[in-house]
Write a protein that binds this ligand. Structure first.
Ligand SMILES: [Cu+2]
Length: 167
């Protein structure tokens, strides 16, 4: 399943993001934006919110903005940021949207910016594919699919750090 080349390639930090992207095999291109590695984390029973993570590359020469989104799996989808507030980790909606600067890559990941799926219709289970429509100021509506990973997953790259995979 994982040949020697894959393991070695994944060992190189610089390739970690590429590896993670190919692991989920999902890349969505729309105009100047390339969306990669969209994923989520399984939620505990009864949880009403879940996170959504992905990497947005802006290959164009003008900035765009992620304003929000929607999903059939949730009552609403917001863009949040985590921040330390008097030593306490808090999160809040990103005011006026998350800017995606021209030529830059913006990561939504645990501990930082993320999508917040509010009012979940059902808990997210590992292996689920959650369709989300992201709303960008310029690129408009873009459909991505969140791969739901293990409840303990912390980032896309961590998927490679499993025992027996040569790390
Ligand atoms: Cu949040």
């Amino acid at each position: 399943m994982f040949n020697r080349f894959t393991v070695h390639a994944c060992s190189a930090l610089v390739l970690a993001v590429i590896c993670a992207g190919s692991a989920s095999a999902q890349q969505v291109e729309t105009g100047d934006l390339v969306l990669n590695n969209a994923w989520s984390r399984a939620t505990p029973r009864g949880a009403k919110v879940g996170g959504g993570y992905l990497i947005v590359d802006n290959k164009g020469s003008t900035a765009d903005k992620l304003i929000g989104g929607s999903s059939p799996a949730a009552g609403k989808v917001e863009v949040h940021e985590m921040a330390m507030n008097n030593g306490v980790m808090t999160m809040r909606p990103v005011k006026d949207g998350l800017s995606i600067p021209a030529g830059k890559s913006v990561s939504l990941a645990p501990g930082g910016y993320h999508l917040m799926l509010m009012d979940l219709k059902a808990p997210l289970k590992k292996g689920d594919k959650i369709p989300v429509t992201l709303k960008f100021e310029k690129a408009g509506d873009v459909n991505v699919t969140l791969d739901v990973r293990d409840i303990g997953a912390t980032s896309g790259q961590m998927d490679h750090a499993k025992p027996g995979m040569g790390h």
